[in-house]
Ligand binder design. Structure first.
Ligand SMILES: NC(=O)c1ccc[n+]([C@@H]2O[C@H](COP(=O)([O-])OP(=O)(O)OC[C@H]3O[C@@H](n4cnc5c(N)ncnc54)[C@H](OP(=O)(O)O)[C@@H]3O)[C@@H](O)[C@H]2O)c1
Length: 256
């Protein structure tokens, strides 16, 4: 049984993953790190003494780490990891961390790291299919992404949208991406983000020509889909060698 430490333990995703680990036959949660560590008497995890003093402590006491916190906390975690003699496999689910990619690449020389801005299987397939369509369809098809999330989400556009844009740019290398404008800029993937209510996440990518449009929509109904994806990755991750991996890499190995 492998143990998993959770960074962002007190949050929505952190609590979901902790509860799912309690049901897992292969993985076990012992605790983690989060801002609630010292001051949240009402938090059930705090009451049970599950919060540790630092990211370093979480690293030392677990076989693997999952990070679902915030960009500032992920930075803290990566700096700790770079200083450890025996760093552990790490799954980063936190979004809005594009500015940390250099540090992530450095840390990935010492340990396997999966960066997964969207942990659901459907969103992973949406990215694969979108890249294929960008390869097949001519440039006369404009590409747009519309995304909706709950109003507490801190980043916009979402990490999933950024990952979709990176996948599309592999096929349309001279394209930029940015918020929608009028008139439309040539060679631009246009993005629109809305933050409202309690929606876990919806991404729609549309290829639109003069004659037709083709859309692929992914909607997460609940956060459970991300939690399930996190456990799927963690179950595979401990066998990986140091390096930087995507959700696509993990899924390919699971479904080949
Ligand atoms: N990859 C995916 O599929 C996926 C799916 C959903 C969400 N996410 C991402 O996962 C992250 C967490 O989402 P969430 O909905 O669980 O958010 P949340 O409910 O706000 O939870 C974040 C947790 O991290 C803690 N935290 C943040 N910054 C910290 C710091 N500097 N030091 C210590 N603890 C810190 C927060 O503590 P406080 O409450 O005290 O601030 C909170 O407990 C976000 O980046 C979100 O976009 C990813």
């Amino acid at each position: 049984m492998k143990t998993v430490g959770i960074i962002g333990l007190g949050g929505r995703m952190g609590q979901g993953i902790f509860q799912a680990l309690a049901q897992s036959p292969t993985l076990r949660g012992k605790g983690g790190f989060g801002r609630h560590t010292k001051d949240s008497a009402s938090d059930p995890s705090a009451k049970q003494g599950l919060f540790m003093e630092s990211c370093r402590e979480v690293y030392l006491h677990h076989d693997m780490i999952v990070d679902v916190s915030s960009a500032s906390c992920t930075e803290l975690l990566l700096n700790e990891a770079l200083n450890l003699e025996f760093p552990k496999p790490l799954l980063i689910g936190t979004t809005g961390i594009e500015h940390l990619f250099h540090t992530i690449a450095l840390a990935a020389q010492k340990m396997p790291i999966v960066v997964a801005p969207n942990l659901s299987l459907g969103a992973c397939l949406q990215r694969v299919l979108a890249q294929k369509l960008a390869h097949i369809l001519p440039e006369s098809y404009d590409i747009d992404i519309l995304e909706r999330h709950h109003k507490h989400k801190k980043d916009a556009p979402s990490g999933t949208t950024v990952a979709l844009c990176h996948a599309l740019k592999k096929e349309r290398t001279d394209y930029a991406w940015g918020i929608s404008s009028s008139p439309r800029s040539e060679k631009t993937i246009e993005v629109a983000s809305f933050r409202s209510g309690n929606l876990p996440g919806m991404h729609e990518i549309t290829f639109c020509s003069q004659d037709e449009s083709l859309a692929i929509t992914h909607t997460a109904f609940t956060r459970d889909v991300f939690v399930k994806g996190a456990l799927m990755v963690l179950n595979a991750l401990h066998a990986y060698r140091p390096g930087l991996y995507t959700m696509e890499d993990i899924m390919k190995s699971l479904f080949k």
